[in-house]
Design a binder for this molecule. Structure first.
Ligand SMILES: C[S@@+](CC[C@H](N)C(=O)[O-])C[C@H]1O[C@@H](n2cnc3c(N)ncnc32)[C@H](O)[C@@H]1O
Length: 300
């Protein structure tokens, strides 16, 4: 079942999986905490906020940037986010192989305006003649999904029933059954979660055995000189661009700060393993010196 699912879904780069380990560790629920203790707070960028408020604050950011999101991404990254996403899609190379019977069930979480979801469908068609696999685009923010739906209506998939949009919190995904998805992708979304480990545990829950978890996220640069230059660019230029182009400095300030707060590559890899995934060596792939990274996990 495991081998079949791998063969039927992802590219060669993920096939040579040996010495599979089964990590059966379950996440023990934390003991109850008194109100207002340290465990009731989290970060929202560099600010400390109550955990219960973060979802709303993040929602405010993405509702605010939704209509300019694609344009701003291009401007702020000089188009590099497109190269990263293209590489991510090609690396996964997912699609129903001609000798497989079942179409794939894709789930793109924090899917926003749909770059990854539509890219995956197009890749499956081009490389495998897969016109059957289905895509669920889930996002907590209806405004971001609305932008995705506008793109979908103009796309070649608009007449098919292959794409579904769902407003869902990636930490819980209560509309997605256990063991139901073949490929779970999340791009530039998980760092916004209040509880990242809960999001990873949920990814594990919804994937079928042998299913693939793939995350593209901003990460940390190892080289201190490059990191200094990158920080200088992100903290001074990006909020300013947000101000000038979208008249929204605060949202872009949050986006920059949230990148800084996201766990480093090794730490995030351990969190993926803690959720139960097998992480193939070398554990992650750095893009552009670690400005972003791809993490892959396989449900065993
Ligand atoms: C930076 S955008 C990325 C959109 C898209 N994946 C892309 O790569 O262009 C981050 C997305 O994460 C979504 N998001 C934030 N927290 C979420 C959560 N807890 N569950 C689901 N989506 C979430 C936001 O609404 C937003 O659409």
């Amino acid at each position: 079942m495991f081998q079949q699912s791998i063969k039927g879904s992802v590219g060669k780069s993920l096939k040579p999986i040996v010495a599979l380990r089964f990590n059966s560790s379950k996440v023990t629920p934390p003991p109850p905490q008194p109100p207002n203790s340290h465990n009731d707070t989290t970060h929202f960028g560099f600010k400390t906020v109550n955990k219960q408020d973060k979802e709303k604050l993040v929602g405010g950011v993405f509702s605010s940037v939704a209509s300019n999101y694609d344009l701003m991404n291009d401007v702020m990254s000089a188009g590099i986010h497109r190269l990263w996403k293209h590489h991510f899609i090609k690396k996964l190379n997912a699609g129903k192989r001609p000798n497989s019977v079942e179409p794939l069930e894709f789930l793109d979480v924090a899917g926003g305006t749909g770059d990854i979801a539509f890219g995956l469908l197009a890749n499956a068609e081009e490389n495998f003649g897969d016109y059957e696999s289905k895509m669920t685009i889930a996002d907590i923010n209806p405004d971001m999904l609305k932008e995705g739906e506008l793109r979908y209506k103009k796309s070649k998939w608009s007449d098919s029933d292959r794409v579904e949009f769902l407003v869902q919190n990636g930490e819980t995904m209560n509309k997605i059954p256990d063991n139901s998805k073949d490929v779970y992708t999340i791009a530039f979304g998980i760092r916004n979660f209040t509880n990242i480990q809960a999001g990873l545990n949920t990814a594990y829950r919804v994937l079928k055995p042998g299913g693939i978890f793939a995350c593209l996220e901003f990460s940390q640069i190892d080289n201190p000189v490059l990191d200094y230059a990158y920080q200088a660019y992100s903290f001074s230029i990006l909020p300013l661009m947000g101000q000038l182009i979208a008249n929204d400095r605060d949202s872009y300030q949050y986006l920059v700060e949230s990148i800084r707060k996201f766990p480093k590559q090794e730490e995030f890899k351990k969190m993926i393993e803690k959720a139960g995934f097998y992480v193939p060596e070398p554990g992650y792939e750095n893009l552009t010196f670690g400005v972003a990274a791809i993490h892959i996990g396989i449900k065993i």
